[in-house]
Design a protein around this ligand. Sequence first.
Ligand code: ATP
Length: 430
Amino acid sequence: MTDESKTYTLLPEQEFRLEVDFASTAIVQLKSGTAEIFGAELAPATIYSFSGQKVAIFSWHGCTLEIQGACSVQYVAEETPMHSYLNLHTALAQQRTAATASQGSGPVVLVLGPTDAGKSSLSKILLNYAVRQQHHPIFVNLDPAEGSIAMPGTLSAAPMLHLVDPVDEFSAIGLDKTGEMAAPLCFHYGFAASGDNPKLFRLLITKLASAVHARLKHDTASRQAGLIIDTGGTIDPNSYDIIKECVDVFNVTAIVILGHERLYSDMNRLYTNSSAISVVKLAKSGGVVNRDKDYLRQAQQRAIKKYFYGSAQCEYSPFSAIAWYQDLKIYRVEDSIAPTSALPLGLDRKVSETQTVPMDPGPILLHSILTVSSLDSTEDESKILESSAIGFVYVSAVNERKSTITVLSPIPGRLPRKYLLLSSFKWMEM
Ligand SMILES: Nc1ncnc2c1ncn2[C@@H]1O[C@H](COP(=O)(O)OP(=O)(O)OP(=O)(O)O)[C@@H](O)[C@H]1O
């Protein structure tokens, strides 16, 4: 990192965009005026340190920023879609006010679009603007690629009690064991995209939706604030069934499409007769950056590391524990790529996609992430995929001779449950 610092002045409604590589760090300070990162206001004279991130610092009224360190890209942009995003927020805020007055339900927004359209960024903006007005919607993450709330390979939901942090974003918070969620609720999916196992994906969104609705029943404030649902890049007409399922199970009231005309027109046609659902098209920001596979892999590795070790702002000390093979019941999802002819008689591929198979512990587990299931010994083991996750462990060593595995865990002591699910994500602790 160079010590050289640069000062930028943003006029009202301008945006400073920066990209920082994983190996570099850039420090941002707000020197005067006001500015926000994806809707979260920056505090003056506070150090915001970015690494491996692509960020937009937007100012409604103008500001001066000081940037220090090595950015691979940095520039001031004059054109942004922030007005249309604010208009959407204003409409949602009116629906929340009406819901509060009538004791009804707030808006349920499904954000759709291709990969790298700015869906997560728009979700953060809508959540932060709501929180800034004392509304606390529930954020539902149906994009398993990055693990924004918990861990890559999961589908999750969390009440937004605070702003999304400009640096740490949705940092990992403790997971709840019950179906009724207080902290984030999380289900093991094990893959990076909805298309990797559509049948399981659909099963899990149904489970997640019913857990979210169970919470909304008792939590008036969240019910009136509504839901913001972020998705992966679901634009292929073959995956419209998944979109329809999301709309149905979450009772979506607004579908927001970012930067994709055909998807907008298809959704408009699908829901044209539905007065309860509005379909809205928004422009993609010119600042949204396409991320290549290598970037995504590094972002996933960082999310896994963050789960165990926290971040520079909030460090955790994970614990190492030994578990004996005999005390573990490890399952993996039935291989969905097996040809139908290779499946046992009577089992078609669609059924097999939501079946689990038991696994013998062994060297194959090394460097794996295991989801600790909330399933307990009194429950039917076939329900393991439908049970929420209570946490995750990383397998740092396997000792065949002693029949043990060593796991890294955020909490000390023995594993709280014996039922574990193998994720397709691996991690090398460094
Ligand atoms: N206005 C902007 N200026 C600079 N960077 C931006 C801007 N908007 C978004 N980005 C960055 O572009 C990248 C892609 O944006 P985002 O994650 O919101 O897209 P997405 O549609 O959710 O992608 P995916 O489908 O892959 O999850 C992110 O790194 C984000 O921080």
